[in-house]
Design a protein around this ligand. Structure first.
Ligand code: AMP
Length: 286
C-alpha cells in the first residue's frame, strides 16, 4: 500500500501555513478520536473524493454535559494516527483544549457560541444533553475556519448532528459541502461507536437489539403499516433490557415527528444499558 506522509499537528498557527488553494479540494473529517472502522469509512471516502484530507481529533469539552463521560472518553492518539494514515489522511489535527478555547472559557465558561434554533436542539439527543449541539456547532465552525475545508464528512449514525450541521452551513453561508456517510455496523448489526468499549460482556451481547428494533419497524413499514405509534410500540419490545431515552419517527426534511410514515422517514433510538449506563444511539430510514 502506498501511504502518504502524514503530519500530526497540534497548533492552529502550524496547520494554517500547510493549507492553501494549491492543494486542490480540502476535506475535513471531524472526530473525537478512538478511531474505528466507522471513522475509517469517512476518511477513505474523503480521500477518494479530495486531494487533501485533514482528520481532526479533539474531545470537545463544550459539547459534554456536567455528568457525562468527558473525563473517561477514550483517548489514544498514536493508534488514531495509524488508522488515519492507512485510510489516506494527510494531516491529523489534534489540538489541546487550551489551544481551541481561550483562558476566559476556563475561568468564566465564556466563549462565543454557535447556537442552532431551540426548536431543533430541544429534542431527541438535545433534550437529554442540554447545550450539546451548541458545543458541536461551535467546534465544527472553528474547525471549518481553521482548516479552510471545501468538504466535510459526517456519519449518518449521528443523524440529528448531521441535520443540524447541514442547517448551520446553509444558514451561516459556509462555502462547504457536507457529505453524509452511511452507518458502519458490526456483523451483528450494532452500530460501531467509540463508546461500545464501555459495554460489559453481557451488555455487548444484547446491544444489537437496538438494530433489531429498527429492522422490526422497517419490515412492518414495508408490509404496509404506516402509523408511527404502531411501529414504535413494536420496536419498543426489543428494548426492555435498556433504559430508553427516546424512540421516535421523524421526517428527514425537518426532523419533526410525523403522523404517517412515508418515504424519507427516519426512526431514531437512544437507549442506555442498565449496568454500565452506556448511551447507544442508532437510526434507520424506514
Ligand atoms: P465521533 O468521533 O463519535 O464524534 O464521530 C466522528 C464522526 O464519525 C461523526 O460524523 C460520526 O457520525 C461518525 N461516525 C461515528 N461512528 C460511525 C459509524 N458507525 N458509522 C458511520 N459514521 C460514524
Amino acid at each position: 500500500m502506498n501511504m502518504k506522509d502524514l503530519k500530526v499537528i497540534h497548533k492552529i498557527n502550524e496547520i494554517r501555513p500547510l493549507i492553501n488553494n494549491n492543494l486542490g479540494k480540502i476535506a475535513l473529517v471531524p472526530t473525537m478520536g478512538a478511531l474505528h472502522k466507522g471513522h475509517k469509512s469517512l476518511i477513505e471516502k474523503a480521500s477518494e473524493q479530495n486531494e487533501f484530507v485533514v482528520v481532526s481529533v479533539f474531545v470537545n469539552p463544550v459539547q459534554f454535559g456536567v455528568n457525562e463521560d468527558y473525563d473517561k472518553y477514550p483517548r489514544c492518539l498514536e493508534k488514531d494516527v495509524e488508522l488515519a494514515k492507512e485510510a489516506g489522511a494527510d494531516i491529523v489535527f489534534a489540538p489541546s483544549v487550551d489551544e481551541m478555547y481561550t483562558d476566559i472559557y476556563f475561568k468564566e465558561k465564556e466563549t462565543t457560541l454557535v447556537c442552532p434554533p431551540y426548536k431543533y436542539v430541544n429534542r431527541l439527543c438535545g433534550k437529554s444533553r442540554p447545550g450539546h449541539f451548541d458545543g458541536v456547532c461551535t467546534v465544527v465552525s472553528k474547525l471549518f475556519n481553521i482548516t479552510k475545508c471545501n468538504r466535510a464528512y459526517f456519519g449518518q449514525k449521528d443523524a440529528q448532528q448531521l441535520f443540524i450541521v447541514q442547517k448551520m452551513v446553509k444558514e451561516l453561508n459556509f462555502d462547504i459541502e457536507i457529505v453524509p456517510c452511511p452507518i458502519v455496523r458490526e456483523d451483528d448489526g450494532l452500530a460501531v461507536s467509540s463508546r461500545n468499549s464501555y459495554l460489559s460482556y453481557e451488555e455487548r451481547k444484547i446491544a444489537p437489539n437496538i438494530y433489531k428494533a429498527l429492522m422490526c419497524a422497517k419490515k412492518l413499514k414495508e408490509g404496509g403499516i404506516k402509523t408511527p405509534d404502531i411501529l414504535i410500540d413494536a420496536s419498543y419490545a426489543y428494548l426492555k433490557d435498556f433504559d430508553t431515552d427516546y424512540i421516535e419517527i421523524v421526517s428527514k426534511e425537518d426532523f419533526c415527528p410525523i403522523s404517517e410514515v412515508k418515504e424519507n422517514s427516519l426512526m431514531l433510538i437512544a437507549a442506555k444499558t442498565k449496568k454500565n449506563s452506556v448511551r447507544l444511539i442508532d437510526n434507520m430510514e424506514l
